[in-house]
Design a protein around this ligand. Structure first.
Ligand code: SAM
Length: 287
């Protein structure tokens, strides 16, 4: 029987990139979190699927991203802890990928966590997670976020009258601005008062940096071109305004502050002190 890793192509394959970073962070003595299941995902995917990242350009990409995925993961871990402390017992991970927070974070009793992603990703994930026990009540919903995902979410037990903690991590850049806006409309319509939201806001323009363009020109078959071919979001609206228009009061945390707080270097790809670099924005919001 196949483990389904052959289906992790295109945008689904990006979930493995995050697992690589989480596995590496988990090996550090000063780790910002421990994701003991990230390694098993990589093992199951096999060396062939990781080969593209073991090229010169793959290594350059990893160096340029630096501690970004680790900082982002920890930022959202902390958000979820605060959201639960504020009373949320319902958590939704949109485009959950190979996120194992259901298995690795401490959840208050009664927490229900919903993971949504494309069928191929969740099939592979379930194959690897067989026998692992989540630390909350976990539901997976194989769906396309470009469509009508709220109905299956509600059918799996999601309650529109309960405050929810929503996480949108690592996916907005892969959705067109219209789809992202429709997604935020769907999230907002499902959010009871007291709901919280955390989002990594990235657009194509924000990551189409001088460095990325040079990498694509140097090696059109390399990983940066692979990723760039998936970037779709061309939203120009400031994310705080965008979220406000959907009824959310947002706070942005500059990546430079986050890095300083955790005594880590600013990820080179997003370092404003270096010329020609990209930008990402990390925000939390309340309704
Ligand atoms: C870079 S990964 C991030 C995964 C996860 N949020 C994390 O940080 O570990 C991007 C994820 O978005 C998912 N994705 C992209 N487009 C999607 C869509 N239209 N519907 C559902 N999931 C999608 C991919 O399958 C992939 O798992």
């Amino acid at each position: 029987m196949t483990d389904g890793s052959e289906l992790l192509t295109g945008v689904s394959g990006t979930a493995l990139v995050v697992s690589m970073a989480r596995a590496a962070e988990s090996r550090r003595a000063d780790r910002l979190f421990e994701d003991r299941l990230a390694g098993p995902f990589l093992d199951a995917a096999g060396p062939e699927r990781q080969a593209v990242w073991n090229t010169d350009q793959g290594e350059q990409f990893t160096a340029a991203m630096g501690d970004y995925f680790a900082l982002r993961t920890r930022y959202f871990d902390d958000f979820l802890g605060r959201a639960c402390a504020a009373g949320c017992r319902q958590v939704v991970l949109l485009a959950a990928g190979l996120d194992t927070r259901a298995h690795r974070l401490d959840w208050p009793a009664g927490t229900r966590l919903f993971e949504l992603d494309l069928p191929a990703v969740l099939a592979f994930k379930e194959h690897v997670l067989r026998g692992e026990t989540p630390r909350c009540r976990r539901e997976t919903i194989a769906t396309d976020l470009r469509g009508e995902w709220p109905a299956p979410l509600v059918a799996h037990g999601f309650r529109t009258d309960a405050p929810t903690a929503w996480l949108i991590e690592g996916v907005l850049v892969y959705l067109t601005a219209d789809v992202a806006d429709s997604l935020m409309g769907q999230v907002s319509a499902l959010s009871a008062p007291g709901s919280r939201l955390a989002v990594e806001h990235v657009t194509r323009a924000m990551v189409d940096s001088d460095q990325a363009r040079e990498a694509v020109a140097d090696s059109p078959d390399g990983v940066v071109n692979l990723l760039a071919s998936l970037w779709k979001n061309e939203m120009t609206r400031p994310p705080g305004d965008w979220l406000a228009a959907h009824g959310w009061s947002a706070t942005e945390d500059p990546l430079t502050d986050l890095a300083r707080r955790h005594a880590r270097p600013v990820p080179p790809a997003f370092d404003p002190a270096r010329p020609g670099t990209g930008r990402v924005r990390l925000l939390t919001a309340v309704r």
